[in-house]
Design a protein around this ligand. Structure first.
Ligand code: FPP
Length: 244
């Protein structure tokens, strides 16, 4: 697509209310690679390029939060070589992209239990988080060693520590304060690629009222126009939040 056609899509998006927060279950790197008789790692490398394109697209529309499911608590079941390959890829990606993120006013945050992430990628993440902490246009939130049930259980554990024996009253807002996403608005749009239609333990609390958008596109093929089309689809939906 020409950049004029892309500009037209961006103009169309900007003329209607935007979602503040879009979350994505990036799926299909392995199948993309298998179709090409490539290694799974090649699929993840192509997936990292799709991440770059999607961040650019989100920034160009003016969306403020983009959450990406990069590594789940269940992904530790994958072969050790794939896991180390993914973390190496993420480390290189961050080292290369951090100056560009600062220039484009993009902040990095993570959700999930980083304590289990190997030292090198963890330190690189911490470095990028620190260097981009003042950036305000777009916040990219990478879910790493993240599981929604674990997040909710952890929030309860922390909430209960603040409560007395007699105080049995728990409000949703009390739980929210202890989620990884505390202070971040809930996603209004959740996208999943590769044709799978499940939530895979991702942001189960936060997507209570999100619009769901599924596409057949495998993540490494995902591009700016795919992202714009998902946002345009969202803008056509009637959101009633249980009302009429
Ligand atoms: C999904 O495909 C793959 C992922 C969610 C891994 C994404 C992570 C990266 C591309 C590493 C770089 C990360 C950052 C944050 C820069 P799959 O392996 O589940 O595919 P399949 O279902 O077809 O096997």
């Amino acid at each position: 697509m020409t950049s004029t056609a892309e500009d037209n899509l961006i103009e169309k998006i900007k003329s209607l209310p935007l979602p503040q927060h879009v979350a994505i279950i990036m799926d299909g790197n392995g199948r993309w690679a298998a179709k090409r008789r490539l290694t799974r790692l090649k699929g993840h490398q192509a997936g990292a390029e799709a991440i770059r394109r999607t961040i650019t697209a989100a920034r160009n529309t003016g969306i403020h939060y983009l959450t990406l499911y990069a590594f789940s608590t269940e992904n530790w079941k994958r072969p050790k070589t794939e896991i180390s390959g993914l973390f190496n890829l993420m480390t290189r990606f961050l080292q290369k992209e951090t100056p560009q993120m600062i220039k484009n006013n993009i902040r990095l945050l993570t959700i999930g239990d980083l304590s289990k992430i190997p030292e090198k990628p963890r330190k690189t993440l911490e470095d990028t988080i620190q260097k981009t902490s003042h950036c305000q246009d777009l916040t990219v939130i990478v879910a790493l060693n993240y599981g929604s049930r674990q997040e909710i259980a952890r929030a309860f554990e922390r909430l209960l520590e603040t409560k007395s024996e007699k105080d049995k009253n728990i409000l949703p807002e009390d739980i929210e304060k202890f989620l990884y996403t505390s202070g971040i608005p809930d996603p209004e749009l959740l996208i999943r690629t590769s044709g799978e239609m499940r939530l895979s333990n991702f942001l189960l609390w936060q997507i209570s009222y999100a619009e769901l958008y599924f596409t057949q596109t495998l993540w490494p093929d995902y591009n700016e126009v795919d992202f714009f089309n998902a946002v345009i689809d969202f803008q056509k939906r009637k959101r009633r939040f249980g009302g009429l």
